[in-house]
Design a protein around this ligand. Structure first.
Ligand SMILES: N[C@@H](CCC(=O)N[C@@H](CS)C(=O)NCC(=O)O)C(=O)O
Length: 150
């Protein structure tokens, strides 16, 4: 049975789980929790009454919490791309998609070229670019408006 991921494409926690799955081309079915897919929400609430997403379902097992999902995937469904560095301290520093969204209300600016370049490298990564693209139609949900450049 393929993995099932429940989440909303515009939310950063969901995007982190999507990126982890895309990185290794792990087969999964995505159940989007947006108003156009009411069946998915009903299914999700049945599986996880605490109403938090993302939720990964692997057969009989439900995995919640983004970081646990990202730790679970290499153990249960390993692929060629390492999702976490060996150094546990380095593993605490996930930047995407938080850095992506942080720039919208507070542009990082020319004073921080390394951060700007890091953000650009993240966006150039196919797994993250795909997650960003798939969420594009939800940008109207961002109260302050999304910049045209991204
Ligand atoms: N620490 C959790 C946070 C999950 C979480 O709060 N998700 C939000 C969306 S990003 C949610 O489910 N909100 C719905 C609610 O709180 O009812 C994780 O990383 O998975």
């Amino acid at each position: 049975m393929p993995l099932i991921l429940y989440g909303h494409p515009f939310f950063s926690d969901t995007q982190k789980a999507l990126i982890a799955l895309y990185e290794n081309a792990t087969p999964f079915a995505f159940r989007s929790l947006d108003p156009d897919s009411p069946g998915s929400a009903a299914e999700w609430l049945q599986r996880w009454p605490l109403r938090k997403f993302p939720l990964l379902v692997d057969g009989e097992r439900s995995i919640v919490e983004t970081s646990i999902i990202i730790e679970y995937l290499p153990l249960a469904h390993p692929g060629p791309v390492r999702l976490l560095p060996d150094d546990p301290m380095a593993a605490l520093g996930a930047a995407a998609p938080a850095l992506f969204y942080a720039d919208w209300p507070h542009p990082i600016g020319a004073d921080y070229p390394a951060v700007t370049a890091y953000r650009a490298r993240l966006l150039a990564r196919p797994s993250f670019a795909r997650a960003v693209d798939e969420a594009r139609r939800f940008r109207k949900l961002f109260p302050l408006g999304a910049p045209a450049g991204d």
